[in-house]
Every structure is written in structure tokens, then in C-alpha cells.
Design a protein around this ligand. Structure first.
Ligand SMILES: [Zn+2]
Length: 171
């Protein structure tokens, strides 16, 4: 049993599942089950277009973080909305994909049953080996149509150079 990571004060009022904070943009089924690792179209749209943090749902400040896979670096964008620094630090401690506890993406899930169709990038990622993650520090981003996933919005750092990009050390 892994110890529950410390939860930042701003996230104490968020719902939790298995001891972990449920991110603001995580979709839920009609019965209230959370679909971790899924990107809900509406909440993704709201986060990206209103500059909201994907975890706490608050407006991003002067610096924010995008978590990117190697394949995202190629395009200079990611479909995952940005995070405020405290939420990013929490997610580094808590997210099973980021901390290396899960080696593969979930396979065989049926989110369509919950009324949430799989996004194109989820189909590509299903059961694929987990890629290394990178932390992209940004001051701002553009919302674009993802170059390899038409119809999917993405946060892009192509036009606005990121402050820093570093590999995320995993356990
Ligand atoms: Zn946040």
C-alpha cells in the first residue's frame, strides 16, 4: 500500500477516490464513478479556452505546467490542459502514470458505456507502453486543433516558447 501523498490546501475540498484527489476535469459516469485518465470533451474545452487548471479548476497564473509525452514534444502541444504549479507538484506525487506505478495505459475499458466516446488519442494510447513524461513550464499557450488528431483541441507551445522543458524522473 502506497502512502497517500500530501494534498495541497487548495485541493482539500475536491472529491477523492482511493485517497487521491479527483481532478476537476475528470469525467464521471451517471452513477458517479470517476473515469481517471479520460479527457472529458467539455471540461477539456473549458480548461483550455478559459486557462483553468485541470486539477483545481482555478484560473492559471503567470506560470503553469503541461505534462507532455515524447510524442507530444514532436508537435509542441498536448491535449491535456495545463496545471497550476501546486497541482502539478501534487500530480507528480500522486498520478500513477506520472510516478511510474503503472507501466501501461489502461486497456479494455469501456468508457463508451458511460456515454463518453474514446478520443482519438485515447484509441492510440490504449494498452500502448507508457512513454516517458516531460514537464513543460509555460507562461502562456495557444489553443489549437491537434495536428495529428483533428477535432481534438490541444494546448500548444509552438508559437510561445516554453520557459523550460525537463524530463520527469519516474520511480
Ligand atoms: Zn490547480
Amino acid at each position: 500500500m502506497t502512502a497517500t501523498p500530501d494534498i495541497p490546501a487548495q485541493l482539500l475540498d475536491r472529491p477523492r477516490a482511493g485517497g487521491l484527489v479527483v481532478p476537476w476535469f475528470t469525467p464521471a459516469t451517471a452513477s458517479g464513478a470517476y473515469l481517471f485518465g479520460k479527457i472529458g470533451d467539455l471540461s477539456q474545452y473549458r480548461c483550455l479556452t478559459r486557462s483553468l487548471c485541470q486539477v483545481c479548476g482555478r484560473r492559471l497564473g503567470e506560470r503553469a505546467v503541461l505534462f507532455a509525452r515524447e510524442s507530444d514534444l514532436v508537435h509542441g502541444c498536448t491535449a491535456e490542459p495545463a496545471l497550476c504549479p501546486p497541482c502539478a507538484a501534487y500530480r507528480c506525487r500522486a498520478c500513477p502514470m506520472l510516478v511510474g506505478r503503472r507501466q501501461h495505459y489502461r486497456a479494455g475499458e469501456r468508457p463508451a458505456l458511460a456515454g463518453i466516446p474514446l478520443a482519438a488519442d485515447q484509441l492510440l494510447r490504449q494498452a500502448a507502453p507508457a512513454e516517458p513524461w516531460y514537464v513543460v513550464w509555460i507562461g502562456d499557450y495557444d489553443v489549437i486543433d491537434h495536428p495529428s488528431q483533428p477535432g481534438t483541441l490541444a494546448a500548444s507551445w509552438q508559437r510561445i516558447p516554453p520557459l523550460r522543458i525537463r524530463a520527469l524522473a519516474t520511480a
